[in-house]
Design a protein around this ligand. Structure first.
Ligand SMILES: Cc1cc2nc3c(=O)[nH]c(=O)nc-3n(C[C@H](O)[C@H](O)[C@H](O)COP(=O)(O)O)c2cc1C
Length: 387
C-alpha cells in the first residue's frame, strides 16, 4: 500500500469512524468497568510492541499547540484526566494517543480494593458517567515501582506526568496530612507535578478536607516532603496543585483558592465529578442517574466552566487553572480556556468518542486561535473575562 494512502487510512478521522462502528458497540455491551479495564490494558499492550506502537503513533499523531506552565513544556494543552489510568499501566500510551500530558492515579498510600462492584455506569444518552470507584488502586509502593521501571526501561512518555494523590479510606481526616505526604514522598522521584485530590465524592469525609485548617495541614505536610526531597536529590521542588469539587458554594470556592495560594500551590484543577444530577424525563436515564457517586461528562460542562471563571475572576487571572469537566469538543475546550483555564483534561469524552477526540480538540483550538488573530494559547486564556 502506498504510504500516502496508508497515512490517510490511519488519520484521526478514520480512527473515529472505526471507533463509532466497531469499538463503541463492543464497549456498549460490556460492563463499564470491565470495558474500561480492557481498553487501558489494550493501550498498554499496543504501546509496548514496536510495530503496534508505530501504528498507534501514526494513527493518533499528536497535534501540537505548545505551552509552558509550572516550568514544564506541554506539547499541547490537553491531558488525560485522573482516574483513567489509576495504576500507571499505560503511561507512555497516553502520550502516543496524542495527549499533551498524563495524570495517573488517584494513588493512595496503601493498596485499596475500592467500593463493591458494579461501581461505574454509563449514561449514554447524556454522554455521562456515574462512578463510585472509591480510589481502587495498587497503592503508592507498587505505583512507584511501575514508574521506576518505565523510567529505567526508556518507556517514559515525552510529555509531563502528574500524579493524583488520594487519601486512604481507613485513614482519618486527622491523619490525612501524613497519608497524603507519604504518597507524595514515594512518587516524588518520578512525576513532574502533584495534584492533591480533596474532592472525590466517593471517599467518606474527603470533602471536609477542602476546609481551611484541614487543607492547610495537608498541604503543609506535602510541601515539607517536597522541600526535603528536593534537598536530597538536588532537584527543584515540584509544583503542587489542588483539585476541587464543583459542588462547593461559590464563596467556598474563593475561600479555598485563598488557602491554596497561601500554602504555596502552583495552581488548581477544576473540577472533579459532581454529586448533583440533571433532571431528565427519560425513565432509563432517570434510573441511571439514581446511581450514587460522582457524575462526569457533558452535564458537568457548564458548572465546571463556571467554577473556572469564579477562580479566574477571584485571582485576576494570575493563578493557573487546569480545566476539566464535560469537555467533549472544541467549543467546550475554548469556553474553558477563555474563562481562565490554561490547560485542559478530559475523561468521559474519550469513552464516548474514542481517541480521535484528542486531535480534533487540539486542532480546533489552533483554528480558534487563528480565527481570533492570536498567536499562542496563552493569549486566549481568560479572554472572555475581560469582555
Ligand atoms: C471512573 C472515574 C474515576 C475517576 N477517578 C478519579 C480519581 O481517582 N481522582 C480524581 O481526581 N478524579 C477522578 N475522576 C474524575 C475525573 O478526573 C474528571 O475530573 C471528571 O471525570 C470530569 O471530567 P470529564 O467530564 O471529562 O469526565 C474519575 C472519573 C471517573 C469517570
Amino acid at each position: 500500500m502506498r504510504a500516502s494512502v496508508k497515512n490517510k487510512l490511519l488519520t484521526g478521522k478514520s480512527m473515529g469512524i472505526v471507533w463509532s462502528l466497531f469499538v463503541k458497540p463492543l464497549i456498549a455491551i460490556q460492563d463499564s468497568e470491565k470495558a474500561h479495564r480492557r481498553a487501558v490494558k489494550a493501550l498498554a499492550i499496543a504501546d509496548s510492541f514496536l510495530p503496534t506502537r508505530g501504528l498507534l503513533k501514526l494513527a493518533n499523531r499528536r497535534a501540537e499547540l505548545p505551552s509552558e506552565r509550572f516550568g514544564l513544556s506541554f506539547p499541547n494543552p490537553l491531558g488525560i484526566a485522573a482516574g483513567m489510568d489509576k495504576d500507571a499501566q499505560a503511561l507512555r500510551g497516553w502520550a502516543n494517543l496524542g495527549f499533551g500530558f498524563v495524570e495517573i492515579g488517584g494513588v493512595t498510600v496503601e493498596p485499596q480494593e475500592g467500593n463493591p462492584k458494579p461501581r461505574m455506569f454509563r449514561v449514554n444518552k447524556l454522554q455521562a458517567l456515574v462512578n463510585r470507584m472509591g480510589f481502587n488502586n495498587i497503592g503508592s509502593i507498587a505505583v512507584a515501582e511501575k514508574l521506576a521501571k518505565a523510567k529505567s526501561k526508556g518507556k517514559w512518555p515525552d510529555v509531563p506526568v502528574a500524579a493524583n494523590i488520594g487519601k486512604s479510606k481507613d485513614t482519618t481526616n486527622e491523619d490525612a496530612a501524613k497519608d497524603y505526604s507519604k504518597t507524595v514522598e514515594r512518587l516524588w522521584p518520578y512525576v513532574d507535578l502533584f495534584i492533591i485530590n480533596v474532592s472525590s465524592p466517593n471517599t467518606p469525609g474527603l470533602h471536609e478536607l477542602q476546609q481551611d485548617v484541614a487543607l492547610t495541614a495537608v498541604l503543609k505536610a506535602c510541601f515539607v516532603v517536597n522541600g526535603e526531597m528536593a534537598k536530597q536529590t538536588g532537584e527543584d521542588e515540584k509544583p503542587i496543585l489542588v483539585k476541587i469539587s464543583p459542588d462547593l458554594e461559590n464563596a467556598e470556592i474563593t475561600a479555598l483558592v485563598d488557602i491554596v495560594i497561601a500554602a504555596g500551590c502552583a495552581g488548581i484543577v477544576a473540577t472533579n465529578s459532581t454529586t448533583t444530577r440533571p433532571t431528565s424525563s427519560d425513565a432509563k436515564v432517570k434510573s441511571q442517574l439514581e446511581q450514587s457517586g460522582g457524575l462526569s461528562g457533558r452535564p458537568l460542562a457548564n458548572r465546571s466552566t463556571e467554577v473556572i471563571r469564579i477562580i479566574a475572576e477571584h485571582t485576576g487571572g494570575d493563578f493557573p487553572i487546569i480545566g476539566v469537566g464535560g469537555i467533549s469538543g472544541v467549543e467546550d475546550a475554548w469556553e474553558k480556556i477563555t474563562n481562565g483555564a490554561c490547560l485542559l483534561q478530559l475523561y468521559s469524552a474519550l469513552i464516548f468518542q474514542g481517541p480521535s477526540v484528542v486531535k480534533q480538540i487540539v486542532k480546533g483550538l489552533r483554528r480558534k486561535l487563528s480565527e481570533h488573530g492570536l498567536s499562542s494559547l496563552d493569549q486566549a486564556v481568560g479572554l472572555a473575562l475581560s469582555q
